[in-house]
Design a protein around this ligand. Structure first.
Ligand code: NAD
Ligand code: ZN
Ligand code: ZN
Length: 340
């Protein structure tokens, strides 16, 4: 099979011929329909995100068709040829996080595309049918990004919902691949007024078409005053930062209100000072890491209902280096999906 290999940090991907993997006991071989290109993959290629042993086949937003079962994996609700989406946050399967339904928080870190080989290839092995969800009613190519680009903001938005009572304001920073879905979840699930902050006018305009009430360019000298004009003295009830550099975290921390919630999703490595007086009283700060398998079922249900708009560009796997260059330049509208 062909696979796009990252051999070292900073290098281009190389299309290589590799053996089609053989699924072991309990495992499932998936023929990839599409694999989404996440900014986290870009952080890995640049070395900003560490911990992935190279050479490696990246690609953690995957969907396709069941090609073969390993011994013992058949007869558990799926047949060869079924269209499936792959839940990617694989863990040990038996610790309290896994059994509690938060497998993506397991300390046995087996995420496909960051530990085991991922979906920038014709085939990948999934460790268990537990990680598969039916793609019935969905196009498996455009469903691939639902597993992360949509699931991650869904999980982040759900954390903010208790804060977003009528009359409050939510702020979303970074309306790219993840943010495009975050905008929609905030508008579908909460009554809050939604401010979207993005440096790119195209992303801001797209966010307005997806339901953002107000968009703000953070490079405007009076961006903080523009936010304050909407939130008033109460500040924002919730802020979700999909960028995570010092500047966006400072903006988010300055905009969150008393008793509000700041959720960090972006992995750009930024930080901000945390002390009793650096945030309004009783404001909470947390990270949000991917989402649960059950939350992915909820995202798929929303997608099937037709209420989720996916802005997606499809590209052949051979174009992977051009796609990564365009993602680095901020030129991908929504999400790019590679098809082998
Ligand atoms: P993307 O490149 O598709 O989108 C980033 C968006 O941020 C773009 O619209 C860009 O214009 C905007 N932006 C850039 N700089 C900005 C600034 N200073 N202020 C405001 N907006 C700015 O990226 P993506 O795939 O949506 O990923 C976003 C981040 O989330 C990445 O850091 C990625 O690694 C991370 N991520 C985290 C998780 C998690 O579980 N926590 C999961 C997936 C991705
Ligand atoms: Zn990702
Ligand atoms: Zn576990």
């Amino acid at each position: 099979m062909k696979a796009a290999r990252l051999n070292e940090v900073g290098a281009d991907f190389v299309l290589e011929e590799m053996p089609v993997p053989v699924p072991g006991p309990g495992q499932v071989l998936i023929r990839i329909a599409g694999a989404g290109v996440c900014h986290s993959d870009l952080h890995i290629t640049t070395g900003e995100q560490q911990g992935v042993a190279l050479p490696h086949t990246l690609g953690h937003e995957n969907a396709g068709w069941i090609e073969a079962f390993g011994p013992g994996a058949e007869g558990q609700g799926f047949e060869v040829g079924d269209a499936v989406v792959v839940f990617g946050g694989w863990g040990c399967g038996h610790c309290r996080f896994c059994l509690g339904g938060k497998e993506q928080l397991c300390n046995v870190f087996l995420w496909g595309g960051m530990g085991p080989e991922g979906g920038f290839a014709e085939y990948m092995v999934v460790p268990s049918v537990r990680e598969l969800l039916s793609a019935d009613g969905l196009d498996p190519v455009t469903a691939a990004p639902l597993t992360d680009a949509a699931l991650t903001p869904y999980s982040a938005v759900k954390k903010t919902l208790p804060y977003l009572i009528p009359g409050t304001t939510a702020i979303l920073i970074g309306a790219g691949g993840l943010g495009q879905y975050g905008v929609q979840f905030l508008k579908l699930l909460s009554p809050a007024t939604l401010i979207v902050v993005d440096t790119d006018e195209h992303k801001r305009e797209h966010a307005r078409t997806l339901g953002a009430d107000i968009t703000i360019d953070p490079t405007d000298p009076d961006a903080a005053e523009q936010i304050r004009a909407v939130t008033g003295e109460d500040g924002a009830a919730a802020v979700i930062d999909f960028v995570g550099i010092d500047a966006t975290m400072a903006l988010g921390a300055s905009a969150v209100g008393r008793g509000g919630l700041f959720v960090l999703v972006g992995l750009a490595g930024g930080s901000f000072p945390f002390s009793f007086f650096s945030l309004p009283s009783e404001a909470a700060v947390m990270t949000s890491n991917w989402g649960t398998r059950n939350e992915l079922e909820e995202v798929l249900a929303l997608a099937r209902s037709g209420r989720l708009i996916s802005t997606i560009e499809q590209h052949p796997l051979e174009d992977i280096n051009e796609v990564f260059a365009r993602l680095a330049a901020g030129q991908i509208p929504g999400r790019a999906v590679l098809t082998p």
